[in-house]
Design a protein around this ligand. Structure first.
Ligand SMILES: Nc1ncnc2c1ncn2[C@@H]1O[C@H](COP(=O)(O)OP(=O)(O)OP(=O)(O)O)[C@@H](O)[C@H]1O
Ligand SMILES: [Mg+2]
Length: 244
């Protein structure tokens, strides 16, 4: 797709920002940033990386215009130009990567691509780097210019807020699902009215009121877990967290 002419860049930037801030689901958001952000630049490729909180690794989420799918690929913290951008919280323009010692050529080898120039900016939210966006191989004879950098920074700052919101929403939804399942388990009632089951229920309810340790035995699937939860719920413990 042809990039927008320079005089329409501002208009397009506003549209991109509007799209980014109205996209809530994380995968859709990443795609929106890539697809629309890219139209502002005359480049061969564009990619977005996010920082994996546990490891600090950089994960490629999506790539536009690259020769292969990089979605499973990751970079170690600090690796490559993008690693530098994230660790230094600074944008960078490199119009000839072959002269830049920070450049990591492993990704090119993996996907059979030749990176010549990189424009990369961090996505920061409240002082924390959530990831970075990079534009690759400028088609302009002058390479990446100062103006391109400012434009990508404008997109990245908006993208960072939206990314933070989408990540927060995703984790809240996951937590909500876990609670929902847990609640379902807690309120699962015990089925069975045979005399044998009545005796077990009676013992379970009596023991639940004591501080005694309970050992539940029985074949797989006979309801040990159901009884364990029921005993806990009948005991004073669910209401008095200090007991633990
Ligand atoms: N008396 C019962 N009343 C209601 N549901 C039961 C009863 N017994 C078993 N179930 C159901 O059967 C399934 C297996 O029960 P549970 O997980 O308690 O088995 P378990 O004894 O802990 O098995 P395992 O030894 O394999 O862990 C659950 O879905 C549970 O809801
Ligand atoms: Mg069990």
């Amino acid at each position: 797709m042809a990039p927008v002419p320079p005089q329409q860049r501002l208009e397009k930037l506003i549209e991109v920002n509007r799209l980014i801030s109205s996209t809530l689901a994380l995968p859709d958001l990443l795609e929106t940033i890539m697809e629309n952000g890219r139209q502002l630049f005359d480049v061969e490729g564009c990619s977005l990386l996010t920082v994996e909180p546990e490891t600090g690794d950089l994960l490629f989420h999506t790539i536009e215009g690259g020769s292969d799918d990089l979605r499973q690929t990751r970079l170690k913290a600090g690796q490559g130009i993008v690693g530098w951008v994230v660790s230094q919280k600074q944008p960078v323009v490199v119009n000839d990567v072959s002269r830049d010692a920070r450049f990591y050529s492993g990704i090119d080898r993996q996907v059979g691509f030749t990176t010549r120039s990189i424009l990369c900016v961090p996505m920061c939210y409240r002082g924390k780097v959530l990831g970075a966006i990079e534009a690759i191989n400028s088609r302009s004879p002058l390479g990446f210019q100062e103006e391109d950098l400012h434009l990508l920074e404008a997109i990245a700052s908006q993208a960072a807020v939206a990314l933070h919101n989408a990540q927060t929403l995703e984790s809240v939804l996951l937590e909500k699902e876990a609670y929902r399942q847990e609640l379902g388990n807690q309120f699962r009632t015990i089925i069975g009215n045979s005399p044998a089951m009545q005796r077990v229920l009676d013992v379970a309810q009596r023991v639940a009121r004591t501080k005694s340790t309970v050992l539940l035995r029985g074949e797989s699937g006979t309801g040990k877990e159901v009884f364990a939860r029921a005993i806990h719920n009948w005991s004073p413990r669910p209401k008095n967290l200090l007991w633990w």
